[in-house]
Design a protein around this ligand. Structure first.
Ligand code: ADP
Length: 498
């Protein structure tokens, strides 16, 4: 039920990437889709988003206007200046603010190149975090909820508490602001040498094991975990897993301490952006009733990859960051027996150099079966989702995962490891073929992956099982509706806390 107070609820989503403006992974999808989903639930909310203004976001394309020029942001070594630009998202219903500082953000990449992270990331995102808080009084819009995301925004809750909430000069302006911190991936923590601390403006009294010190380094994510009013992560399973030493990345103790304030809310998919029935990027639109039209995408995908098309031969696809997390090492171990089967395999991704080499090597051994594409390409991604029969996600760990959810909608059957969000969203095919939406293996072992791949290929050859499976996949509902409601409930709960 919508209460009177909620009508006025003001929410600011703080994120380092947001679709459609900039994206390297699932965080951007979430930060871009959540405002729309929240407003769909309750049009009376005031929702805004703030992110850095990267070079890859042209002012003209998004009709950005300068809202504030020369905003002074006090950092450890003095004031640093930025402009605040304003645009919109969610069909104009949510404002998007961009923090513009040429030295920090006028770059082609968001966080680094394939050689490694930018050397000044500590400075860039400390500045971004402080600038967000300065911006609020400058634009005269103080939200009730600051919804921060991942390590890049980890200092926001700390800055808020230390420099804004109780600051008498600000006359209580920020006193009512509450913070939610969402972990999209605990493996990325924003770990920096302790000598960055003076630059942030944060005093050494914070450099303690129960605050942002982490093995003699500064940990931005930990700051988010310690200082926020509540925490969430992007699936129930991952919320439990990160409280264990296996997947806690050294922060499981902190997360157990905050266990009562930690919630799991699974990501949704924005079906306005991801739906084969309306997608203009694929050669033929299709739905669960017209699955046979999916074949046009398969043909186009394979011809673009110079791989031979045969109706009876299944196509496996991957669209992913190429990192340790995503199970590529597992795949490498069994690539030979896998590609010795009658299959085609198309990979799209960017990331660690060693996975580029590894995939290049595989391609030269299997030129008629494997296509590899080292780039970030939304159109090709769509074509892979639509044109593949299977989507491979053998992740070592997976906070939520969007690839498997998008695949379901495109009638592309996920082959996944039972971890995190993959465990929460994909049900293994039952032996009679009547239940399940994908193929799931349990342990991070290449032999298990190979077994499940064999099972997948066998099932593809059984039309009586295959077609209902594809239709079942396509009719799963992972829209944002339920998740947006859960975020709203959580915002209310945080505001109700003493
Ligand atoms: P993560 O956030 O860990 O990278 P997710 O599965 O949550 O993984 O989200 C990945 C998102 O990024 C999906 O929308 C996927 O389609 C997209 N994506 C990943 N790599 C590429 C790429 N090279 N080109 C286009 N889209 C990509």
């Amino acid at each position: 039920m919508t209460t009177h107070n909620e009508k006025k609820l003001k929410i600011l989503i703080v994120a380092s990437e947001v679709i459609p403006f900039a994206k390297t992974g699932g965080l951007a999808d979430v930060a871009g889709a959540l405002p729309k989903a929240l407003l769909h639930k309750n049009p009376h909310l005031e929702v805004a988003v703030v992110m850095p203004k990267y070079r890859t976001i042209p002012d003209g394309k998004w009709s950005l206007k300068t809202r504030i020029s020369g905003l002074a942001v006090p950092m450890g070594m003095g004031e640093v200046y930025c402009d605040v630009l304003e645009g919109s998202t969610a069909n104009g219903r949510a404002k998007v603010y961009f923090i513009q500082n040429h030295r920090y953000f006028d770059r082609d990449q968001l966080y680094g190149t394939s050689e490694g992270d930018f050397g000044d990331n500590a400075e860039r995102f400390a500045f971004f975090s402080k600038a967000v808080l300065e911006m609020l009084q400058a634009i005269d819009w103080i939200p009730d909820i600051l919804h921060c995301n991942d390590w890049q925004t980890g200092l926001v809750p700390l800055y808020l508490k230390k420099f804004y909430k109780g600051n008498p000069e600000l006359k209580g302006k920020y006193a009512g602001v509450r913070t939610l911190f969402t972990i999209h991936n605990l493996a990325y923590q924003g770990l920096f040498p302790k000598w960055v601390l003076p630059m942030t403006g944060i005093g050494w009294e914070e450099f303690r094991a129960d605050r942002l010190e982490f093995y003699d380094q500064v940990n931005y994510l930990k700051s988010g975990l310690v200082y926020s009013d509540a925490l969430s992560t992007v699936s129930d399973a991952y919320a439990h897993e990160i409280q264990t030493p296996e997947l806690g990345n050294g922060l499981d103790g902190v997360l157990r301490d905050r266990g009562e304030d930690l919630y799991g809310i699974v990501n949704g998919v924005d079906y306005e952006d991801w739906d084969p029935a309306t997608d203009k990027d694929i050669p033929q639109q299709y739905s669960a009733h017209t699955v046979e039209k999916k074949e046009a995408s398969k043909k186009l995908l394979l011809s673009g990859q110079n791989l031979p098309y045969q109706e009876a031969v299944p196509v496996f696809g991957i669209v992913s960051r190429l990192s340790d997390q995503k199970g590529l090492d597992l795949l490498a171990e069994i690539i030979e027996p896998f590609l010795s089967m009658d299959v085609r395999f198309v990979v799209l991704g960017t990331g660690d150099q060693r996975y580029h080499y590894l995939l290049e090597g595989m391609r030269s051994r299997f030129p008629d079966k494997l296509g590899v594409n080292f780039k970030f390409d939304n159109r090709l991604a769509k074509l892979i989702y639509a044109g593949s029969d299977f989507f491979l996600m053998p992740s070592r760990f997976e906070p939520c995962g969007l690839g498997q959810l998008i695949s379901l909608k495109f009638g592309t059957i996920p082959v996944v490891r039972k971890t995190g969000g993959l465990a929460d969203t994909i049900e293994d095919m039952s032996s009679d073929g009547k239940r399940g939406t994908g193929f799931v293996f349990e342990n991070y072992k290449s032999a298990e992956l190979l077994t499940v791949l064999r099972r997948a290929v066998e099932t593809f050859g059984q039309p009586k099982i295959w077609k209902p499976l594809v239709q079942r996949a396509m009719t799963q509902d992972f829209s944002w509706d339920a998740s947006a409601e859960k975020y709203l409930e959580l915002y209310r709960l945080i505001l109700g806390k003493p």
